[in-house]
Design a binder for this molecule. Structure first.
Ligand SMILES: Nc1ncnc2c1ncn2[C@@H]1O[C@H](COP(=O)(O)OP(=O)(O)OP(=O)(O)O)[C@@H](O)[C@H]1O
Length: 319
């Protein structure tokens, strides 16, 4: 549904987006991750036709965004970072107005408004003027505006920014449900959101794609991916390290903490570790010890993100 090919945007000498290519199909929710200033919003603005690319092209539903913008606008719902709203309108009249702008009239308009009010939980503020809404409700009103014409493609720039934890949960659920039959791109700085909602994620840094995969694939790039965490009672840290360091399929073993007679160790897999061999070997090595905890770690998205996007000098400092 969305196809970006060698997309590039320069602002003067600043290359905000540099040769970015990716596609999103119906039924996919693509998470867009990256540090501040990485080029996420600029890419989204080019996909929605709000700014023109300096190079490359983007199509939505087979229509070129630059040369065929009208059908693209019909297909897309866009929630920009700071969405404009008409502050002196009530929520109901604002959404009715947005429905009309999308070409909906009469009963269709009414149905569209009722549908988004229900989806975005806006019943309690329906007759309140937009300028008196709290930040969260204002944000939801903007979200409702983006989906008023039930578009096949959604581009959402930080859709949960500024929402309280309950609202975040609701909006994530909504994105996940809509993602079953639409193509969705959304940007976020919240890594747990990527795991909760996205079928795939792209990490963008200094205008370029530096990682593209499912959250599970990205997590496997983590140093902790496949490591075995073990907690044992009644053994010293030195004894534990000695025995764990020599087991097959282990690259290294480190003590994580020693507390109240319990020692926690992490055993990192060697590249030959396959199908849970390491955890079985750790269990064998722990024979005769009082094991309190033993599990294989999935890897951490935050560590992958930092490793990919932090300059080497900052990584050294953070150690
Ligand atoms: N209209 C503009 N004129 C000049 N520079 C711009 C303009 N819009 C964006 N930039 C620059 O392009 C780069 C990418 O900005 P962009 O807003 O796309 O980043 P982002 O990844 O969305 O960041 P954030 O996570 O902080 O929202 C930044 O260096 C920004 O200052």
């Amino acid at each position: 549904m969305i196809k970006a090919e060698n997309l590039t945007k320069a602002f003067g000498l600043k290359l905000a987006v540099n040769d970015v290519s990716f596609s999103v199909e119906r039924g996919e929710v693509l998470g867009f991750l990256g540090p501040n200033g990485a080029g996420k919003s600029t890419t989204m603005r080019m996909i929605t036709g709000f700014i023109a690319p300096s190079g490359g092209k983007v199509s939505v539903g087979g229509y070129d965004v630059t040369t065929d913008p009208i059908p693209v606008k019909r297909l897309i719902g866009y929630l920009p970072e700071s969405a404009p709203v008409y502050v002196d309108m009530t929520v109901r009249s604002f959404l009715g107005f947005c429905a009309e702008l999308s070409g909906l009239r009469g009963d269709d308009r009414k149905k569209a408004v009722n549908r988004v009010v229900e989806m975005c939980f806006l019943e309690s503020v329906l007759y309140q003027s937009v300028d008196t809404l709290s930040k969260g409700y204002r944000h939801r009103t903007c979200f409702a505006q983006a989906i008023i014409h039930d578009p096949d493609v959604l581009v959402l720039d930080e859709p949960t920014d500024g929402l309280d934890p309950n609202q975040k949960h609701e909006i994530r659920g909504l994105i996940r449900r809509m993602g079953e039959r639409k193509a969705i791109i959304f940007s976020t700085h919240i890594l747990e959101e990527v795991e909760a909602v996205c079928s795939r994620a792209i990490i963008i840094d200094r205008g370029q794609i530096v990682a593209n995969g499912t959250p599970q694939e990205l997590k496997r790039k983590s140093e902790f991916g496949g490591a075995v965490l073990l907690a044992v009672r009644g053994v010293s840290g030195a004894q534990l390290t000695e025995r764990l360091s020599s087991i097959p399929n282990a690259r290294k073993a480190v003590i994580v903490k020693e507390e109240n007679g319990e020692v926690w160790a992490r055993v990192y897999p060697s590249s030959e570790n396959r199908n849970g061999e390491l955890v079985r070997n750790v269990l064998t090595a722990a024979n005769g010890w009082q094991v309190e905890e033993l599990h294989t770690e999935e890897g951490r998205l935050d560590e992958v993100f930092r490793n990919i996007t932090m300059p080497d000098t900052a990584k050294e400092k953070a150690k």
